[in-house]
Ligand binder design. Structure first.
Ligand code: MF3
Ligand code: CO
Length: 272
């Protein structure tokens, strides 16, 4: 069953989404070589609780941390650990909150130092593909229009591997609501999009092949070829004419640019 949100509920969801964006901004401020993902996870949990919310991933189906910190060939659901981040690493930080009963859930991939032009392009193109998908999140379209736009831009244009085992989703009083939003598919297929539907759209794109596997911890998803993978996620409300993005990358990007340890690199020019 698909849940549509009222305008008042959408404003509550915007608050939840914005808290995730603000938490990712705190992460962007402290990221540097030497910091561990366990330290990041503590910053994340403390900030969320200081803002009268709870980290929604913690204990979700037994997930044991506040956040997912996925480094290099880890696609998603990486456990925070005591390994120090190094120059040239990329890290997707995925955060969920529940505030006043409503979920926010999104992710951003950062480059620590310079991972090189190939990986910077993967980061840039994956972020752009998210916006290509969001452009299709308008009333009257179908889920497959979002899926196709993301696959078209990343796989067909750049030859990247589009992960199929994990998908975007509806978001609301629950972390995962209908419909599923794959990052591959056919135009004009799937559920019809109506105003008030809130989606977490989240391309997971591999530099190499699309195949992934889950480690024996039951969570960590890695690329089979161990090439890097990038993940971006926004919370988006379907509207007529133009989607309403409830989360906000601009504050994260400002902190990222101001942090000398993070590479925001001018990758080879790509038009969006
Ligand atoms: N953004 C991810 C998702 O939508 C995060 C879930 S991690 C979990 O599925 F720990 F909560 F499962
Ligand atoms: Co999600």
């Amino acid at each position: 069953m698909i849940h549509y949100k009222t305008p008042a509920e959408i404003e509550l969801m915007r608050d939840s989404a914005m808290l995730v964006s603000k938490t990712l901004t705190e992460v962007a401020k402290v990221l540097k070589p030497g910091i561990t993902t366990r330290q990041l996870d503590k910053v994340i949990g403390d900030f969320i609780r200081d803002n009268d919310a709870i980290p929604s991933f913690l204990n979700y189906r037994g997930y044991p941390f506040n956040s997912c910190t996925s480094v290099n060939d880890v696609v998603v659901h990486g456990f925070p650990n005591d390994l120090a981040l190094r120059d040239g690493d990329i890290i997707s930080v995925d955060i969920g909150v529940i505030k006043k009963g409503w979920h926010g859930d999104h992710a951003y991939t950062f480059a620590i130092g310079d991972p090189g032009p190939e990986v910077m392009q993967l980061i840039q193109v994956t972020k752009e593909s998210l916006y290509k998908g969001i452009e299709k999140a308008i009333a009257g379209n179908r889920v497959g229009d979002i899926s196709y736009a993301i696959e078209e831009y990343t796989a067909r244009k750049y030859g990247y591997g589009v992960v199929r085992e994990l998908v975007g989703h509806g978001l609301g009083k629950h972390l995962h609501e209908e419909p599923q939003v794959p990052n591959y598919g056919r135009r004009g297929t799937g559920a019809k999009l109506r105003e008030g539907l809130v989606l977490a759209i989240e391309p997971m794109i591999n530099l190499g092949k699309r195949e992934v596997y889950t480690e024996s911890d039951g969570w960590t998803v890695r690329t089979t070829d161990h090439q890097p993978s990038v993940h971006f996620e926004h919370d988006v409300c379907v509207k007529k004419g133009r989607a309403d993005i409830l989360s906000d990358y601009s504050i994260i990007e400002a902190a990222e640019k101001a942090n000398p340890h993070l590479f925001t690199g001018q990758a080879a020019a790509v038009n969006s």
